[in-house]
Structure formats: structure tokens, C-alpha cells
Design a protein around this ligand. Structure first.
Ligand SMILES: Nc1nc2c(ncn2[C@@H]2O[C@H](COP(=O)(O)OP(=O)(O)OP(=O)(O)O)[C@@H](O)[C@H]2O)c(=O)[nH]1
Ligand SMILES: [Zn+2]
Length: 199
């Protein structure tokens, strides 16, 4: 799949989703003809496509599009990358921050591409654990680095506004590769720099 900036709103998909949302709104007991709701199926269809646009994007192609040859081997960290995703169990949002580090092995990538890669995987139906490892795997594949670390901290609306209804719990997931697995000094340096309670 090529890296392209897709127009998110496919006409056929929009119409199909609009039918589905109309039905959901009716089944929830509402009147789809009510003024405030007339355009809601279309808005919701477009919002859903926006929030799942990651399926049309290729993370490795994005990283490769700004990959530069560079002989540095110091840790590169981008922290506090905000993310919005959707839990695949309830279709409720989860949101928070991703922190990414890698140790180059001859190649670096554009810093913004790290944040883009988070979005590629966040804008899908997800679980936080898979999101974390998918970001790690994309970096491994594109840059063949000496190490990669990804930590994600997020709050899940499905645990807040329904279900167990806990407002303050934060879920932290992490994935490490290479130097970050083998060398606890490197890993702790990363965790300290991102201010994580894991360190
Ligand atoms: N591991 C993991 N679980 C998640 C994530 N997002 C939501 N969940 C959980 O998915 C689980 C689904 O559990 P089920 O028992 O099938 O669903 P449920 O009856 O709606 O569960 P409750 O949320 O406890 O009411 C819940 O425990 C959610 O908290 C995630 O990113 N990772
Ligand atoms: Zn959920």
C-alpha cells in the first residue's frame, strides 16, 4: 500500500454507514427526522471514517518517506505524542500519550513521522497493547535500529462512562526491542526521560 493522503470519505462507505447509523438512532428510541438529527447519520459516518482512516495508511512507507542515512547512535526520544483511538470492544474512545524512542543503526527518520505512525495505528479499532507493539514493529521494519521503546498511557472511555465507571485509572502499556530489552541502563534512561512511573 502506498503512502497517500486519502480523501477519507468514500461515497459508498458513507452511504452504507449512514443507513446503519439511522437504524441505530431509531433503535435508541429517537426520531431520525428531528431537526437536530437529520444530518447526524452523515456526520457520524464521516466521523467513523476519520477515526478509522489508519486502515488506508502504511506506517513503514511513511517512515521510509523521510529516512536519512546518518551515523549517530544516540537515543532519539519523542514523548507526549497525543493519541485518540477507539476500543474494539465497545467502540468507545481511548486517548492519551505515546512516548517513542529508538537507537539509530545507520538511519534516522523524520521526527514528525514517529507521530504519524502513532496515528496510523491509533485510528483503527484497537486494543492498547496491540497499538503499542504495532508502532514498535513499524520502527523495527523501517529503520532496523539497535533498539526501540514504546510506552503508551491512556484513559478508556469504556471504563469511565459505562461498565466499571472508574474515572481516574490510566492504563500503561510498553514494548521494548534490542538495547531496551538487553540493557536495563538504557531502558531506565528512557523511562526516566519520559517521566514514567515504570522506571
Ligand atoms: N486488554 C485490553 N482490554 C481492553 C481495552 N479496551 C477495553 N478493554 C476491555 O475489554 C474487556 C471486554 O470485556 P467483556 O467482559 O467482554 O465486556 P463487558 O461486559 O462490556 O465488560 P465491562 O467493561 O467490564 O463491563 C473489558 O474488560 C474492557 O475493559 C484494551 O485496550 N486492552
Ligand atoms: Zn472498551
Amino acid at each position: 500500500m502506498a503512502y497517500h493522503k486519502k480523501e477519507y470519505y468514500d461515497q459508498d462507505v458513507t452511504e452504507g454507514m449512514m443507513d446503519a447509523y439511522r437504524r441505530i438512532i431509531e433503535l435508541a428510541g429517537e426520531d431520525t427526522g428531528r431537526e437536530g438529527l437529520v444530518k447526524t447519520p452523515e456526520r457520524a459516518a464521516k466521523a467513523m471514517q476519520f477515526n478509522t482512516q489508519g486502515y488506508t495508511l502504511d506506517a513503514v512507507a511513511i517512515l521510509n518517506s523521510a529516512r536519512f542515512r546518518e551515523d549517530v547512535s544516540e537515543m532519539v526520544i519523542v514523548k507526549d505524542i497525543e493519541l485518540y483511538s477507539m476500543c474494539e470492544h465497545h467502540l468507545h474512545p481511548f486517548y492519551g500519550k505515546a512516548h517513542i524512542a529508538y537507537i539509530p543503526n545507520g538511519y534516522i527518520t523524520g521526527l514528525s513521522k514517529l507521530a504519524r505512525v502513532v496515528d496510523v495505528f491509533a485510528r483503527r479499532l484497537q486494543v492498547q497493547e496491540r497499538l503499542t507493539t504495532q508502532v514498535l514493529d513499524a520502527l523495527r521494519e523501517s529503520l532496523n535500529p539497535l533498539g526501540v521503546a514504546v510506552v503508551i498511557e491512556a484513559k478508556h472511555l469504556c471504563m469511565m462512562m459505562r461498565g466499571v465507571q472508574k474515572q481516574n485509572s490510566v492504563t500503561t502499556t510498553s514494548a521494548f526491542y534490542g538495547e531496551f530489552l538487553d540493557n536495563h541502563v538504557t531502558r531506565n534512561e528512557f523511562l526516566k526521560l519520559i517521566g514514567s512511573s515504570l522506571s
